[in-house]
Design a protein. Sequence first.
Length: 376
Amino acid sequence: MLCIVVLFLFSFFVKYNYNMRKKILFKKDTDQFLLTLNKAVKEAFSKKDFFNANLLLWFKLFFYLTIFLGAIAILYLNPYGDNYILFLCNYILIGASGTFLAFNSAHDACHGSFGKKKWVNGIIYHFIFNMNGISARLWQIRHLDSHHLFPNVDGCDADIDDNPLIRFSPNHRIRPLMKYQHIYAAFLYSFYLVIWIYAKDFFYLKKKDLANLINQQHPWWYTLELWLVKIVYLLYIVIIPIYLLDFSVSQILFAYLLMLMVDSNIFIHTLISTHFAMETKFPSIDEEGVLPYSYAQHQLETSLDYYPRSSFANFIFGGFNAHAAHHLFPDLPHTLYPKISSIIEPIAKEFGYTYNKLTLLTAIASHFRYLKMMGR
């Protein structure tokens, strides 16, 4: 663990090297939508509002972190004896609380929302992601330097890079099996974190060209850090329980797999419809490399919200439910998003812009209808 902390601190002083593909431009904002929106948001919040939002952000960090670390401690202490059902529930609680911790704290820290001190955001972000068995560094590169620049744009958004099993973009080729993707996707989604933890991270470590990121130059210690992250993760989540507890190895491995499957479904069904749905667009550049929408309109056209003004949904999903607000104001704490969303919607309507909003269940249903359409 000490080695990982040293690597984290060292990494703040190391420049990441990569090149971008040719420059892509947004259409000019001639109607001043973004200017109007920024002015309205700025006028809507006082210093006290920002203080309270940051206070809530820190409260949520300690709230979900307490559940996460407490669940791990309970696992080791084994107060439920040989009750295997409670043992399974304990593992599921570790996975679920770790995911909600990532939603509500790690993601904000990735965008620097926990204050101006980079090291504070870095420790919060790296600790939470790596404790969930996922490389914080590799995801941050894809998220900030690819997805957030041009969401849903082929060749620019790593999240829609060509997938051999599921067709997420209308600009990707169709394979025969994909006409059934709306059926088998639910099964694949259950193993999403298994694939991410044990394959995807290693794949992205070696992949030099990814969407708009080309000729990526990873230093040697990225590989060392990745292996340390995986070893520490397996140590606390599998190896220590096998050593401490009376449950068999197969029982512990099954509990761990069940945790990852439940966790995968929480993760996927929270996020997948925010960009991949019947309502969202997948803009393409013209011959001059210009996208059909302005920057702000592009974020609205490519995002889908569910319960964006709900404080309860905000507390659970960490602002991912207010995805338009997140893409338009990624550096602000997600605890401000309910009010920001209430500002975005009427201004979008005033300017004749699309604002996609559904319930969570209808958003998920829209995603699977989208998969069906993409497969055929």
